[in-house]
Design a protein around this ligand. Structure first.
Ligand SMILES: Cc1cc2nc3c(=O)[nH]c(=O)nc-3n(C[C@H](O)[C@H](O)[C@H](O)COP(=O)(O)OP(=O)(O)OC[C@H]3O[C@@H](n4cnc5c(N)ncnc54)[C@H](O)[C@@H]3O)c2cc1C
Ligand code: SF4
Length: 315
């Protein structure tokens, strides 16, 4: 790893000023960022890392003004263990509890979880070996290479890498907003395919808080993840749902370059009892538009099954 300066920020203003030079990266838990730096996978390398975890008042979980508010620097472990989150926002508690390992959950923050980079192995090849589309090149190496864990819903901007976050679909199912230092963004509109980022954030924009409206009376939520190992593995597919007390919300992740709102599944289950047959039909509707490459076809059945199981788990 090349050398860089490390600064413990005392305020958001200090973070903002530092980011303005274009040569500084924001670091939270570092569980994603440090890997990208150690492997030197990106075309540019920061001169300075500015640590947001030392900014006072960014690590909290509270209910206020009819919503749950979570500071951007709140750790996965704290979200998974919080009684308020477990009681009323179960999908998020369950998602946070399935991220990686206890060590990563003790370090990794919610802001970092939703702003993390994708895991495409061509993109992540050490020493920036593949100048792929997401790095400004002209080729997606996964398109003709090994794409078994890639998108089943096609490419966005020439890239078929999937979004890897476990908390992202839970936040979208729960209708959350991401509050930055300059605006409030619906969770569903927060994710994008950039070179190389995965969000709509400007380079000097800082996530301050996640806000989740209190679920409507009678609503229940659930999250389910399929990974090859119970611990440490990223999702092959995950799914979060919120049903009851309003229109159903269903979101898959790791199936497309952005979290995938399964609107056809929502329409299929809307107004119906959640039972085995209806949940199965919703699962089938969720993957009706899937167009997987050959090696990723197995993910279609997993996505279909997770939608069904998440619906049944919520009630
Ligand atoms: C072995 C391993 C397994 C993992 N498994 C999973 C998994 O199963 N599921 C999963 O979802 N993730 C997984 N991760 C990915 C990731 O490390 C964690 O999700 C973690 O939550 C990231 O948070 P962080 O605070 O460490 O982020 P960092 O590494 O500090 O930051 C990641 C990115 O987010 C940006 N960022 C962080 N905070 C902010 C903010 N407040 N405002 C603007 N930008 C910000 C940083 O600049 C950086 O670009 C895994 C990582 C490892 C190393
Ligand atoms: S899938 Fe995306 S990140 Fe992976 S090689 Fe193709 S363009 Fe690059």
């Amino acid at each position: 790893m090349k050398a860089f300066n490390h600064v413990n920020a005392k305020s958001l203003a200090e973070v903002k000023t530092a980011l303005a030079d274009g040569k500084t990266n924001l670091i939270a838990g570092g569980t994603d960022l440090l890997g990208t730096l150690k492997d030197n996978i990106l075309p540019t390398y920061p001169l300075t890392l500015i640590n947001i975890k030392t900014v006072p008042g960014l690590d909290y979980i509270k209910e206020e003004g009819g919503m749950l508010k979570i500071g951007a620097a709140t750790r996965m472990a704290d979200i998974a263990a919080d009684s308020k989150v477990k009681k009323s926002y179960a999908a998020l508690a369950q998602a946070a509890s399935r991220v990686a390992t206890p060590h990563v959950r003790d370090m990794g923050t919610l802001g970092g979880n939703i702003a993390q980079l994708h895991r495409c192995w061509y993109f992540r090849k050490p020493e920036d070996r593949f100048e792929c589309t997401r790095k400004g090149g002209k080729t997606c190496f996964a398109m003709t290479g090994d794409n078994r864990y890639h998108s089943i819903f096609g490419a966005v901007n020439g890239c078929i890498a999937v979004h890897p976050s476990d908390t992202a679909p839970a936040l979208i199912a729960l209708n959350a907003n991401v509050v930055t230092d300059r605006r409030t963004i619906e969770a569903e509109k927060f994710f994008d395919v950039q070179k190389p980022g995965n969000t709509v954030l400007a380079v000097d924009e800082i996530i301050r808080e996640i806000q989740i409206p209190a679920p409507p009376a009678g609503a229940k939520s659930a999250f389910i993840k399929f990974a090859f190992r119970k611990s440490i593995d990223f999702p092959i597919v995950n799914c979060a749902v919120m049903v009851g007390g309003g229109a159903p919300r269903i979101c898959l992740n790791a199936v497309a370059p952005k979290p995938y709102r399964a609107t056809k599944a929502e329409a299929a289950i809307a107004g119906k009892a959640i039972n085995e047959a209806n949940a199965e039909a919703a699962g089938a509707a969720a993957v009706a538009d899937a167009r997987p490459l050959e090696a990723a076809k197995f993910k279609v059945q997993i996505a279909k099954t997770l939608v069904k199981r998440a619906l049944l788990a919520a009630v």
